[in-house]
Design a protein around this ligand. Structure first.
Ligand SMILES: *Cc1c(COP(=O)(O)O)cnc(C)c1O
Length: 407
């Protein structure tokens, strides 16, 4: 066995589990330093949408690295322009849309907070003061930097770093709660995930997003969608909001957009596109040519090969396949962002049993297993997943039975 735990403990910041020392990957498979093979159904947390070492990704990044790798935000590059135009088209912003390219999900969301502040400042004259209130939803996860941490109600993540950015109000996941929050007035923006990935792939109540759209419009507030996890085709449409028949004022992206190259984006619609002006935001690496090349190649490949159809079909196949397995209560999510709810709070054990058997999945809560495999999976990967997952569930179920019935 390769001994790497001591090195990790000595040299890496102590922030929690490193489960294996992974050295290489191909398609939906990764290998560790001892050549143990894993089926990767977490995909680097909903990132590796083309799997590992996809030739289209490899070629795009390698070619770009040999051409022009970085220029700073003083310059534009062809890849950046291509990506911005592509994101506007896929999001359906029309002519008025604008795009800012960042380096991660939290950075895209930081910019969303600044967008809310710029919008809120417009009320200084009419209302006597700018609006600073931002609504977020119970269970939300928007990132780990100080601004986005302030939007993340989870105490474990946020409390060690208080005080947070002020005027963030958490709305319960109910229509009544939503109504009351807007009725209280002074809302600059609402920031919400269409499906809450980190909370355990939690879907919002029916009509929640549609009502949020109506209320935001009525109260002249922005509706900003955090599609860092759900965007870029993950849920079977380019953006999850396209399933709900609404148009946001802005949407953020990251995770799958670059198939593993770090990249985030903020896309604005309509009047929200005119809020930023020179001097109010920028990023040295944002829209870096390597990242733009990775994203153009990724999104282009998904589009040309109609991978969204595969995302929907494989998602349905997987959900059907896990139904009836031991400990499985039900499934939720959309496309290839799937939460498998267990009948007992044993998700951590199931995750560990899967890992032992060479299957990578994760347990965002004590009773939910999340999978977010590559958009390129086929029958072979689905079958292998179902075999390994069933074996992990069996092992955990029988371990508990043994505990419950003492000899
Ligand atoms: C992962 C995630 C983030 C944070 O993205 P990072 O790239 O880790 O900063 C923000 N919002 C949602 C919905 C996410 O899933």
């Amino acid at each position: 066995m390769t001994d790497w735990n001591d090195d990790a403990a000595r040299d890496l910041m102590s922030l929690g589990g490193r489960l294996a020392l992974l050295t290489h990957g191909e398609g939906s498979w990764v290998w560790d330093a001892d050549e143990k093979r894993y089926l990767d159904f977490l995909g680097g947390i909903a990132v590796n949408c083309l799997g590992h070492a996809h030739p289209v990704f490899v070629d795009a990044v390698a070619t770009q690295a040999a051409t022009l790798s970085h220029v700073s935000n003083y310059f534009a590059t062809p890849g950046q322009l291509e990506l911005a135009a592509r994101l506007k088209r896929l999001a359906g912003t029309g002519e008025a849309g604008r795009v800012f390219l960042a380096n991660s999900g939290t950075e895209a969301n930081e910019m969303a907070i600044k967008l809310a502040r710029l919008h809120g400042a417009r009320f200084t004259e009419t209302e006597g003061a700018g609006r600073t209130k931002i609504l977020v939803v119970e269970g939300a996860f928007h990132g780990r930097t100080m601004g986005t941490l302030s939007l993340t109600p989870k105490a474990k993540y946020r409390d060690p770093f208080l005080p947070a950015v002020p005027d963030v109000v958490t709305v319960p996941r109910t229509l009544e709660g939503l109504e009351a929050a807007f009725a209280a007035g002074g809302v600059a923006a609402m920031i919400v995930e269409p499906i809450q990935g980190e909370a355990g792939v939690v879907e919002l109540p029916e009509r929640f997003l549609a009502r949020a759209r109506e209320l935001a419009t009525q109260h002249d507030a922005l509706l900003i969608l955090d599609e860092v996890q759900t965007g870029s085709g993950r849920t079977g449409t380019w953006f999850a909001f396209q399933r709900f028949g609404i148009t946001p004022d802005a949407v953020t992206l990251a995770k799958s957009i670059g198939a593993g190259f770090p990249l985030g984006a903020l896309v604005t619609f309509g009047a929200a596109s005119d809020l930023f002006y020179p001097g109010t935001h920028n990023s040295t690496f944002g829209g870096n040519p390597l990242a733009a090349a990775a994203a153009n190649a990724t999104l282009g490949y998904i589009e040309e090969n109609d991978l969204l159809a595969n995302v929907n079909a494989r998602g349905a196949q997987l959900r059907e396949g896990v139904e009836g397995l031991p400990l499985v209560a039900d499934t939720r999510g959309a496309g290839l962002l799937i939460g498998i709810r267990l009948s007992e709070p044993v998700a951590a054990e199931v995750r560990a049993a899967a890992h032992e058997r060479g299957l990578i999945i994760n347990a965002p809560t004590e009773d939910v297993i999340r999978i977010a495999p590559a958009y390129t999976i086929g029958d072979a990967e689905v079958a292998e997943f179902l075999t390994l997952f069933a074996a992990a569930l069996d092992a955990v179920a029988s371990a508990h039975k043994t505990l419950e019935t003492p000899a």
